[in-house]
Unconditional design. Structure first.
Length: 269
């Protein structure tokens, strides 16, 4: 297991570039992720939030840059993340990404079966039960994902993301599609996990309420670049018009019109 034994960043991204075809979506992106912190990646639709997360995780091939992830130096888009490091990175996908044909418990057990096939069945079941209980989903052990509400699917997916006790949790729009009450419950759950386990989180979201509840630090992307990097309080008081307007709750359309944003991408990349 790779451990971060100092206060040095658990993740450092330097000069990352990425895109699709000839379209550059990320240009010279650099930031650090401090141990035990929750950093939010935000910006208006199409700014490259999910693209950044996917390129950090190696789910997409970056054009350039470097990563220092849990003590391992990697060339983005070139060097694969070592297995022992990948096991320390939990991922909560936007739609949960649960397999529909197997039960909640079987979904949560998948990473254990994949990475630790030597674990005895009774120990595996106990570990799955502990994680499901930690997200208040033990009652859904035998249920299929299609039988769950949106919030329950997110919590089941969170249990799966946490089953290997990762040091870093990556979340892509965790509150997407949830009503305000359920979203708030999920935010509180993330804070509880951080408090109890000391886990570090990198979260993509555009939900103002969630940002206000869970964020320590903010990385604001605009037109392929980092427009703001700092604390949540500093972001709220930023002199950058785009950042200030975001925290005033402008819609994406108002935001684009007010700031003459020319970065015209119709879907979140």
């Amino acid at each position: 297991m790779t451990e971060n034994k100092s206060n040095s960043p658990v993740l450092s991204v330097r000069n990352m570039r990425a895109g699709y075809g000839t379209l550059e979506v990320l240009s010279d992106i650099s930031f650090d992720l401090a141990p035990g912190s929750i950093r939010i990646i935000l910006g208006t639709s199409g700014c490259g939030k999910s693209t950044l997360l996917n390129n950090i995780l190696g789910l997409e091939v970056a054009w350039g840059g470097t990563l220092d992830l849990l003590g391992h130096h990697l060339r983005a888009g070139v060097d694969p993340i070592p297995l022992e490091v990948r096991q320390q990175c939990g991922v909560l996908f936007q739609n949960g990404a649960l397999l529909s044909s197997i039960t909640v418990a079987e979904n949560v057990a998948l990473p254990l079966r994949m990475h630790h096939p030597e674990i005895k069945e009774d120990i595996l079941r106990e570990m799955v039960a502990q994680k499901l209980e930690s997200v208040s989903m033990l009652h859904a052990w035998h249920r299929l994902p299609g039988e769950l509400s949106g919030g329950m699917r997110k919590r089941a997916a969170l249990a799966r993301a946490m089953i290997l006790d990762p040091q870093i949790l990556f979340c892509d729009e965790p509150s997407a599609g949830l009503d305000p009450v359920t979203s708030n419950e999920l935010d509180k759950l993330l804070l509880k996990l951080r408090s109890e386990l000391g886990i570090t989180m990198l979260v993509v979201t555009h939900e103002l309420n969630s940002i206000d509840t869970i964020a320590d630090d903010v990385l604001f992307l605009s037109q392929a670049k980092v427009l703001f990097d700092g604390s949540l309080n500093a972001a709220k008081n930023s002199s950058e018009a785009e950042v200030a307007n975001f925290f005033r709750g402008f819609s994406s359309d108002e935001f684009s019109a007010t700031n003459a944003v020319s970065f015209d991408i119709k879907e979140e990349l």
